[in-house]
Design a protein. Structure first.
Length: 369
């Protein structure tokens, strides 16, 4: 791989530096190609947003009030980061909220031809129950989109939704398959503890009510639940182990999670109806890489119906109801042949298609790197 000389900067939420500084080994999928670029370009840098906003507080507050967008300029634009941002030839933002915060500074100060690349996941989430942006929101959002060179969607359906709503900018929109670290997420222990069912997740689109009801109504099954969004007292049964953790805090280390995943039978991912973002994507692909059969319900933002096929490499639950989930879990739990097919084909899909090398190659093509 030939070396190049460009100032490339990745901007992230918390969690990356902690892993780099504290862990010997860790999965690299949530770095979105950072390490690949670092290999060929020594001037690749990483910025994490601050937990506290010390500068631009009043401006951010005013913009949040006007637009209802999560704008926190000072969490990204501080004295140290400002210099890095100003000197960058390419800026990668790992989600749209980070760019909303950086946008006012970049719009005013960044006059040079810096390429801006932003990953979009659930761009309409700020609307809550509304269907469309109001006039001020649309004005701000349009200004944001104009400044971006490449918008990267991890869901085909969300990319299509954006292109339909903003056809003027559809050429900027690209779908890129999320991928996971297949070398890290690989099974070292081939034995499985039957009847342990895994739920892992913290985002707002997970259907926690469905999950709680599944656990309460299936006392004969054992569940491992890893989430900060659920409390012990919400259950009426004792057939579960609740582990409080999320990706950012890393209370449950990646190595500990991997050990847990080596001893589960099925991974279940209930998603709320109407979800447009690719919720559950990471745990789906991590589970597949570990050879764990994945059950996830069909929803609007499901990212790739062509690559992920029901009863071939994934198990798609059509109706997101408690009764149907329980019925489908019982069916799959008792079908050893199907579980074996999903396990083998799931791992193969990751190895052949959804690995980090393919992700980097696709990303490089999209941005003409």
């Amino acid at each position: 791989m030939s070396k190049v000389s460009k100032n490339i900067t990745f901007i992230f939420n918390h969690g990356r530096n902690r892993r780099i500084n504290e862990e010997k080994e860790f999965p690299k999928e949530h770095f979105y190609g950072y390490f690949n670029f670092l290999q060929i370009n020594k001037d690749t840098k990483l910025i994490e947003n601050s937990e506290v906003e010390n500068k631009f507080v009043l401006i951010s507050k005013l913009l949040r009030k006007l637009t209802k967008f999560p704008i926190y300029i000072g969490k990204i634009v501080n004295k140290k980061n400002k210099k890095i941002i100003d000197n960058s030839n390419i800026l990668f933002f790992s989600n749209q909220n980070l760019f909303y915060s950086a946008f006012p500074y970049i719009y005013i100060n960044n006059s040079k031809n810096t390429r801006i690349v932003v990953f979009f996941m659930g761009y309409k989430n700020i609307l809550k129950n509304k269907k469309k942006f109001n006039r001020i929101q649309k004005f701000f959002f349009t200004a944001v989109i104009k400044k971006i060179d490449n918008i990267l969607f991890l869901s085909k359906s969300e990319k299509d939704l954006f292109s339909k709503e903003f056809p003027k900018f559809s050429k900027k929109a690209n779908f890129i398959n999320f991928a996971v670290d297949s070398k890290y997420w690989s099974r070292t222990n081939n034995s499985k503890t039957i009847d342990k069912i895994l739920f892992l997740g913290n985002d707002e689109s997970r259907d926690y009510k469905i999950l709680i009801n599944i656990v309460n109504r299936m006392p004969d099954k054992k569940f491992i639940i890893i989430s900060n969004k659920i409390n012990q007292n919400q259950f009426t049964s004792d057939n579960f182990n609740l582990i409080k953790s999320d990706w950012k805090t890393n209370k449950l280390r990646d190595s500990e999670l991997k050990k847990i995943m080596e001893n589960v039978d099925i991974s279940i991912i209930p998603i709320k109806n109407g979800t447009s973002q690719p919720s559950g994507q990471s745990v789906t692909l991590q589970s597949m890489a570990m050879g764990i059969p994945v059950m996830i319900n069909s929803f609007e933002g499901f990212w790739d119906n062509e690559l992920l096929v029901h009863e071939k490499n994934i198990y798609l639950v059509k109706d997101n109801t408690v009764d149907n989930w329980i019925h489908e879990i019982k069916l799959l739990s008792s079908n050893k042949d199907l579980k074996n097919i999903l396990s083998i084909n799931g791992r193969k899909t990751i190895e052949d298609k959804l690995n980090l090398e393919n992700f980097f190659n696709n990303l490089s093509k999209i941005i003409n790197f």
